[in-house]
Ligand binder design. Sequence first.
Ligand SMILES: Nc1ncnc2c1ncn2[C@@H]1O[C@H](COP(=O)(O)OP(=O)(O)O)[C@@H](O)[C@H]1O
Ligand SMILES: [Mg+2]
Length: 666
Amino acid sequence: MTGSPEDGTSSETGPSSSETLLFGGELAYDQGWNRHHDSWLKLGPKTMALSLPRQVRVAIRLAHRADRRALYAVAVSEAGRGLAQAAALVTVNALLAELLAPGAVEERLRSALPSMAAVGLLAVIGSVLASVSAAATGILEPKTQRVATERYLALVARVELEAVEDDAFHRLMDSAQYGADSARRMVVSCAAVVTAAISLIAAGGVLVVLHWTLLPLLAAMAAPRAWSALAMARHRYVSWHRFVQHVRAAQMISRLLIDQQAAGEVRVHGVGPFLLKHFRGMAETSEREQTRLAKAGMRITLGADTAAGLAALATYGALGLLLWHGQTELAVAGTAVLAIRTGSAGITDLVVRVTDVQSEALFVADLEKLCEEAARRAIPATGQALAERVEEIRFEKVTFTYPGADAPSLHEVDLVIPRGRTVALVGPNGSGKSTLVKLLSGLRLPDSGQVLWGEVSTAEADRAQVFDRVAMVAQDFYRWPFTARVNIGIGRPAAPMDDEAIAPAAAYAGTDDIVKGLPRGLDTLLARGYQGGQDLSGGQWQKVGLSRARHRDGQVLIVDEPTSALDPAAEQQVFDRIHRLAGAGRTTVLITHRLHSVREADYIYVLDRGEVAEHGTFAQLMDPATGTGAFRDAYELQARQFRSPSLPGQPGPETVETPAGGPATA
Ligand SMILES: Nc1ncnc2c1ncn2[C@@H]1O[C@H](COP(=O)(O)OP(=O)(O)O)[C@@H](O)[C@H]1O
Ligand SMILES: [Mg+2]
C-alpha cells in the first residue's frame, strides 16, 4: 500500500489506498477490458487497417438484422454524399476555369452560370443526403443496440446455473454488456468511415487529375493531424483503462450512500463520512488521470498543428512555384487548394473514425465471445421426453460437488419420491437439503449417479419438460420488484394474470389477506424506492412465494423452508394446505427444520453432511426399535425447547408448537 488509508491518497499507478482498504485491491470487475489493453496497443496501423473489414462486418451484420432498410438508407446516402463532394470539386474546377478565362467579365459570368448552378445543386444534394443519413442512423442506432442486447440476454438466460456462478463467465458478461452499446456506436462510426473514405478518394482523384505532385503534398499536410488523432485515441484508451476502475469504485460508493438497505447503518454507525472520504479518494485518482490526459493532449495537438502548419506552408509554396513556372493555371491551383483542404480533413476524419471503430470493435468482439460461450453452456434444448405419468423420482448414488468446493455437498444419496406422496427432507443447516432439490428439479446435474424421473435421468431428459413439471418455492425464492399480481402470476408467466386467475392462488397461502391491506390491492408495487412501492415482511413474502408455486400448479411441488419466517399459527395453516394439496395426486417435497410439521409426511429422509443418515415413516423414525435415534433426538430436543417455560407466568408458544399426542408428550 502506498498512501495511507486515512487520507485516501494513492500513488500514480495501481490501486488507490481507498481501494486497497475497501476492496482488498483494485476493483477490477472486468478483466475483459484489461485483456484488450495490451492487445490493442500492440496493434500497429497496418494490423488495424487489415482487421478493420472483419469488425465492420460484425457491426453491419447486427445493423442488418436490426433494420435492413435503415441500413441501406445510411449506406446509399453516405456514398451519395461522398460522390456529391467529388462532383462538386470537379465542377468548382470548371467554374474557376470559366471565371478566370480571358474575355469580358459579363461573358465569363454568363458561361460560368451552369457551373454555378451545378455547384449550388450539389451542395443542396449533399445536405439533403446528410440529413437522410442522420435520420436513418438515428433509427438504426437504438435498434442495433436492442438487437445486440436481446440476443445476448436471450442466450444468457438459458445457460446452466453453473455458468451463472462462474467468475470467468461473469466477467465476460460484465464487459460484454458494453458490447451492445459499442455495436450501436460502431454503426455510426462505420457510416462516417464510408463518407470520409469517399471524400478522401474524391479529393485524391481530383488532385491527381490536376497535377500528380499535389497528391504527396496532401499526404504531407494530413499526416501530422492523422498521427495526432491516432496518438490521442491511444492515450484516451490507456487512460480510460487506468481510471475506469476508480470511477466505478467511486460510483459504487456513491450508490451505497443512497442505498435503502444501508441507510440505517449509514446513519447509526456514522458510515456516511467514512464512505464520503473514500469516495473523494477515488474520485481524485481519476481526476489526476484526466489532468494528465489533458496535458498530454495539449502537447500532442501543439506538435501536430506545428507540423501541419509547416506542411501547409510547403504545399502552398509548391502551388505558388507551379503557378510561377507556368506549370499550372490559376483555376487549377484554386481547385487544388479546395481539394487539399477537403482531402486533409478527410484523412483526419478517417483516422479518427477508424480508431473509433477499432476500439468499439474490441467490445463487440467480447459480446460475440459471450454469445458463443453462452450458447456452449446453454441448457440443452433437446433430450429424452418424460413419461406422461412419472411414477417415481429416484436418486441413485447421487454425488454432487459445487464448482470450486472442496467437499461434495451430496454424497452417494439414494432416495425415492413416489408419485402423489409427501416426502420430507430434514437435517441440520448445510446438510444438503436445498442442494438435493436443485438436483431433483434439474437445475443442477449430478457428478456421478443419477436422478431419474421415471426411466429418464435429468442429465438426458429434455430439461424443459422437467422444469415444466416442477413448482418450487426455493429457500431464496425471488422477490420480483413488480406488483403483487405479477409476483404471484409469474409462477406461470405465459398464463393470464387477471383477478380470476390469481385469486385461488392468493387464497391458498393466505396472500389474499395481505393483499387486502395493500393500498392498491393486487396492483400494489412490491418494491420500495418507487412511487407507490411497498415492502412486505419476510413472512408475508413467504406467503406470496407459496401462492406463486400454487399458481404454477406443477406436478411436483417443492417447498424449501416455507415457514421459517412465519408465526406459529400461520405455519400450521401453511402445512395443512400443503398436505391437502398433496392429496390430489400431487407429489410434494417438503424441507423444513420444524420437525413437528413433518409428522404428516408419508416418508422422511434425514440428511447429515450430504448423506442420508436415516429414513422411514415418522413412526419408524421415532420408534427406538427401528430408528437410529438421530431424528428422535432432534425431535425431542425441539419439543423440549418449546415446553420449557421461557417467561415465568406466560403461557409461551407451546400451545401451538408442542406436538399434541406426539411421542415427546406421550
Ligand atoms: N452455490 C453454492 N456454491 C458452493 N457451495 C454451496 C452452494 N450452495 C450451497 N453450498 C454448500 O453446500 C452445502 C449444502 O448446502 P445446502 O444444500 O444449502 O444445505 P441446507 O439446505 O441443508 O441447509 C453447504 O456446505 C453449503 O455451504
Ligand atoms: Mg437450505
